[in-house]
Design a protein around this ligand. Structure first.
Ligand code: MN
Ligand code: MN
Ligand code: ZN
Length: 274
């Protein structure tokens, strides 16, 4: 949900669509620099959250951040920026910051996974006592992006010193593009079972509900409106009816169009399936 005009306005926009949860950026997602949050902005966000009852709010991190980068300058900038994201999330009283694990940029998967764990340890140390959690998002595996196999996310968590401060965000478009076939109820069941077996249900804190413009296993990340992509409605019906995820926030990241109309249509479609 857009924060244009002030972070608290995202909540007004969410309320207009009857959302019970929303995802926001707390800053321009394509720039390194972000003006600090003012006390006023934090207060008006918290007031508006009380008024709207929208909970939880989820933050997504900036697209520039890569905590797996082999380039020392880019890694340092990423760590600084992600720390700021964590501080902003904490200041706003938001429980979750969703991030992509990182891209190894040619250094190799092993090296990349190690670097991510080391980066997370570093960040946890610098933000000790925070109650917000980082949620590692499953990715489509485009380019050298890691996190396209559930085992990679599990490996990162296993080598982080405070794994209780991490959770998982599952993106339906990404896992489908990465090669998890959720098109049939049996495929959906197998995929969810492997997630639960690997992480435990309590680790799965957020679900991004997107259809995929690209084919199964394409490793290309292109979101599509629900029911208009390659995934088909069966997967979304299974997900929306799955009692295991009843209380897990589900977020649309489908294309925005000129007004709220597509958001409304996608929400309606999901609610009908439920
Ligand atoms: Mn994402
Ligand atoms: Mn996503
Ligand atoms: Zn995506």
């Amino acid at each position: 949900m857009s924060i244009a005009g002030g972070i608290s306005l995202s909540l007004d926009r969410g309320r207009d669509l009857d959302c019970r949860t929303i995802q926001i950026f707390t800053r321009n997602a394509t720039q390194w620099k972000a003006p600090p949050l003012s006390e006023e902005e934090v207060l008006s966000f918290k007031n508006m959250q009380k008024q709207t009852g929208i909970s939880p709010v989820v933050v997504h991190d900036s697209y520039l951040i890569n905590i797996a980068s082999p380039d020392p300058g880019k890694l340092a900038a990423s760590l600084k920026s992600l720390q700021e994201e964590m501080e902003r999330t904490e200041a706003l009283g938001i429980p979750y910051l969703v991030m992509h694990p990182g891209a190894h940029m040619g250094a190799g998967e092993e090296e990349g996974l190690l670097k991510i764990s080391r980066s997370l340890n570093d960040l946890h140390k610098k933000t000790s006592g925070f109650s917000m959690k980082i949620l590692l998002e499953t990715t489509a595996g485009q380019g050298t992006n890691l996190g396209y196999r559930f085992e990679q996310i599990e490996r990162i968590m296993a080598s982080v010193i405070e794994p209780e401060r991490l959770g998982v965000c599952v993106d339906t478009c990404h896992i489908f593009a990465a090669g998890y076939d959720i098109r049939t109820s049996q495929g959906y069941e197998e995929t969810v079972n492997s997630l639960v077996a690997l992480f435990g249900l309590e680790k799965i804190r957020c679900i991004h509900v997107n259809d995929s413009q690209k084919e199964f296993g394409s490793r290309v990340d292109r979101h599509e409106h629900i029911g208009q992509g390659k995934i088909g409605l069966t997967a979304f019906r299974c997900l929306m009816k799955d009692p295991r995820f009843l209380n897990v926030p589900k977020i649309l990241e489908t294309p925005k169009g000129d007004n709220d109309d597509m958001d409304r249509q996608n929400l309606d479609r999901l609610l009908k399936l439920a």
